[in-house]
Design a protein around this ligand. Structure first.
Ligand SMILES: C[S@@+](CC[C@H](N)C(=O)[O-])C[C@H]1O[C@@H](n2cnc3c(N)ncnc32)[C@H](O)[C@@H]1O
Length: 258
């Protein structure tokens, strides 16, 4: 049984632990408030570039990060990290900060990201010119690309070009992960050369969102397979017609008439 002194010390210990938890929670809350204010300010000045009024919520950030395979080696690129909510979720997933390349257009967000993630490589630049932005930095292929870009505000051709450029630097089978508030895929699904997967909708986000995962598809495309099958059937039919004609002219015509 603990002595009175031990009990008092225990209480003091519990009390200081609770106080430090409260301080941490207050610091997190303060940081979230400051980030929201920063985001609203940026959105007010550049609504199309920012694409959201507030940063993503923790649930959406976790949903994005869960599609990154932590066991794959190589750098991980984040496009449009903003204040770093998804970056945080990547670190919580066990990804080393040194592996991260963060490409952000807004210089103020870049300053904040450099302060928050000093071991990550923060590049101030245009993520839609992906190859130009990352070519000088890469010494190998990329394990995943995580994008918070407001893709849907861009023309379809630019979105498709971004995905194509992403596949050029990604490892085989590695994902391009994108969230969207839209109900449809931000990359048109009728386009060729990739397979798409989607998460369930994340309701606890402002506004609710969903994650799409695109991977390069190197196998034959269904339409291609259909075309090849039709060509094969046409060749078989031609060959059978020719055989039939041969049979008629060389064999049947020579049979005695009854
Ligand atoms: C919708 S916010 C997402 C921010 C953060 N990832 C999040 O989930 O809270 C879009 C971010 O993309 C950045 N952005 C927009 N266009 C960009 C571009 N062409 N290149 C790099 N970053 C861009 C914006 O500055 C902003 O930080």
């Amino acid at each position: 049984m603990p002595s009175l002194g031990e009990k008092r010390r225990g209480k003091r210990h519990d009390g200081s632990k609770a106080a430090s938890q409260n301080t941490n929670a207050a610091a997190r809350f303060g940081r979230a408030l400051a980030d929201n204010a920063r985001f609203i300010g940026t959105w007010f000045n550049k609504p199309l570039l920012t694409g959201a009024v507030v940063p993503s919520g923790a649930d959406l950030a976790r949903m994005m990060a869960c599609y990154v395979d932590a066991d794959r080696s190589g750098p991980i690129i984040e496009l449009g990290p903003g204040t770093g909510v998804i970056t945080d979720a990547l670190l919580q997933r066990g990804i080393a900060e040194e592996r991260l390349i963060l490409i952000e257009f807004d210089p103020d967000f870049c300053t904040l990201l450099r302060h928050r993630f000093p071991k990550a490589l923060v590049v101030q630049g245009d993520a839609y010119a992906l190859q130009k932005a990352v070519d000088p930095l890469l010494f190998g292929t990329v394990a995943a690309i995580v994008s918070g870009l407001p893709l849907i505000t861009k023309p379809e051709s630019i979105r498709l070009r971004l995905l194509r450029d992403a596949f050029n630097v990604l490892q085989k089978g590695a994902p391009f992960i994108q969230f969207t508030y839209a109900v449809i895929s931000p990359i048109p699904l009728r386009a060729r050369g990739f397979i798409a997967e989607r998460s369930s909708r994340v309701w606890r986000n402002m506004p609710p969102a969903r994650v799409w995962i695109y991977r390069r598809f190197d196998g034959p495309h269904i339409r291609q397979t259909r075309r090849s099958a039709l060509a094969l059937m046409r060749r078989i039919r031609e060959r059978t017609d020719r055989l039939g004609a041969d049979l008629r002219s060389k064999v049947i015509s020579k049979l005695p008439q009854s």
